[in-house]
Design a protein around this ligand. Sequence first.
Ligand SMILES: Nc1ncnc2c1ncn2[C@@H]1O[C@H](COP(=O)(O)OP(=O)(O)OP(=O)(O)O)[C@@H](O)[C@H]1O
Ligand SMILES: [Mg+2]
Length: 295
Amino acid sequence: MAAQRHLQLVPRSDDAQQPAAVDAPEVTASAPRTRSGRAILKFDRVGFAYGSRTILDNVSFEVEQGEIVSLLGPSGCGKTTILNLIAGFLMPTGGFCLAGGREIVGPGPDRGVVFQSAALFDWMTVAENIAFSLRCAHKGRRERDAIAKEMGALVGLGDRLDAYPYELSGGMRQRVGLARVLAAKPTVMLMDEPFSALDVQTREALQEELLRIQQHTGATIVFITHSIDEAIFLGHRVFLASSLATGTFEEFTVALPQPRDDPENRLHPEFIRLREIIYRRMRNPGAPASRTGAP
Ligand SMILES: Nc1ncnc2c1ncn2[C@@H]1O[C@H](COP(=O)(O)OP(=O)(O)OP(=O)(O)O)[C@@H](O)[C@H]1O
Ligand SMILES: [Mg+2]
């Protein structure tokens, strides 16, 4: 059964000097199988401001190892800011951001980012694009080729490794972007609306592929989207961020049947139920979640 609870929002404490220890949250009987019960990411009373403009204030959450968390919320509410803080591209102006129990002090190979547009190198083949991070890490040709082949096959591009980006469709380009991040074998994948520019069929196929890849790699994923359906289909939990500057942040647990990549899950009563609840919350954050009184 799906559960909904308010995200833990810890009152700001000005004397908090040290990052709190990463506690292992309890895994309930209904928790999806891929969740490990060990927090890999932790935001502890995080604040962020651009000058005098507060974007995040007092935001606390944890993401477990092997978990997929979908992040939904209106445009401009601070979703990408959260991703940039996890990636280490931005530093918090309050609180602590932890990855693997350590304070995040900058970008690292443990955290890979997949952007909305794959931004491939046009003069490199698919294989060279996939292996780019390995070249930067001074890995040898043989190892680069082997990993490009493995990751290319994983995203369904095993027969297009010698193609150039201009020869690919939008969906294929996003697959290359995904394989490029996978090649670095990150423990955390940060995905910022990676499928939003794709047609519905390609988008759904990639969602299913991502779930299979996640099962295979065990990666932890934070996935930003504007689509409620995408958030529910992919997520073990959905975070609904209305206004992160005022700490309005809700969490929904998704308890869909395994295997999670089954397209039939899109028609499952639990999927429909959650979609209604989240839709009402997004349209009118102050209103009851459902006409029927759920959850
Ligand atoms: N470099 C910047 N300087 C000043 N303000 C910024 C900067 N980048 C983002 N902002 C502001 O921070 C707020 C949060 O931006 P963010 O990109 O995190 O939103 P978002 O939730 O990802 O939105 P969207 O769904 O449109 O991508 C926005 O109000 C935006 O205008
Ligand atoms: Mg954004």
